[in-house]
Design a protein. Structure first.
Length: 286
């Protein structure tokens, strides 16, 4: 199955006759219709996301499970090295760095690939009239699926370190949901900006490399002492904490949730009018 087949199948599901619902949709502002139609085409963007992953690992025996293997090796290597440098107990440090690294790579990958949301779909955007939201959700879904494969790398540490499951682990689920929700407006914003300004993508890539060392992933925020505020103003730190802390048997601090919710709200407040003003220009930019 290729891209054209998937989109044709999605089009065939839509009714040909004009219903009252169709009339109401046409009365809505264009960008609202774009969002509604894009979200409604969930079969299409899910299938396209899976197709992207399938193409990336074509002819590979292990396929996307290479993500799991590479993640496990990376975490183990960094954990063994930095536990000695920071003189930390390996049993406590490995879960800390594993969870932080898994969430960080998910966020970093989504932000960087988000810059190519529209430019990577140039041919599709120019040849077919599709909701721009569909391209956003395609990328969000693809990076989330990759994240799930990477998250499996944590299981060997749970087994080898004999970490017993706790009820508080369930709090990680809303944490992951909030991260996925945040990736939608962020992907839309960076996708549009990068389509217009091509130098933004390498700039973002460099910034994310610096962000890895500026975020408490391989080190702990308490190490900063009176300068802990440097970590507290980092939004990525709070997104990591709402997933990492529950899986380490702790309830995330309330201010982390407040920070995350405020960030998501601000992102949507920026993304929606930006999409409304520029959605018709994207085909000219790519």
């Amino acid at each position: 199955m290729n891209t054209e087949t998937i989109l044709k199948a999605e089009a065939d599901r839509r009714p040909v006759r004009i219903s009252s619902h169709d009339t109401q949709m046409k009365a809505l502002p264009a960008f609202i219709r774009d969002i509604a139609e894009g979200m409604g085409a969930w079969r299409a963007w899910t299938a396209l996301a899976l197709l992207d992953i399938k193409h990336k690992y074509r002819r590979s025996v292990l396929g996307p499970f290479w993500i799991t293997i590479s993640m496990f090796v990376l975490i183990l290597g960094i954990g063994l090295l930095y536990s000695q440098l920071f003189r930390m107990n390996l049993r406590d440090y490995l879960p800390y760095i594993a969870l932080g690294d898994i969430v960080w790579i998910y966020i970093s990958t989504t932000v960087q690939e988000g810059c190519t949301t529209f430019t990577a779909s140039e041919n599709l955007i120019r040849s077919m009239r599709l909701p721009m939201t569909l391209h956003v959700m395609r990328l969000v879904t693809r990076t989330f699926i990759v994240f799930l494969h990477g998250a499996v790398a944590y299981l060997p540490f749970v087994v080898f370190l004999k970490i017993e499951p706790e009820l508080v682990w369930l709090l990680a689920l809303p944490g992951v949901a909030l991260i996925v929700l945040a990736t939608i407006p962020i992907t839309a914003i960076f996708g549009m900006l990068s389509a217009r300004f091509r130098d933004l993508q390498p700039a973002i890539a460099n910034f994310m490399q610096l962000g890895f060392f500026m975020t408490p992933i391989i080190w702990k925020a308490d190490m900063l002492g009176p300068h802990r505020w440097v970590a507290d103003i980092n939004p990525i730190y709070h997104f990591i904490q709402i997933v990492r802390m529950p899986l380490m048997g702790q309830v995330p601090e309330a201010h982390s949730y407040y920070f995350v919710l405020a960030f998501i709200t601000a992102a949507f407040v920026i993304a929606l009018p930006f999409l409304a003003a520029n959605r018709h220009k994207i085909s000219l930019w790519v």
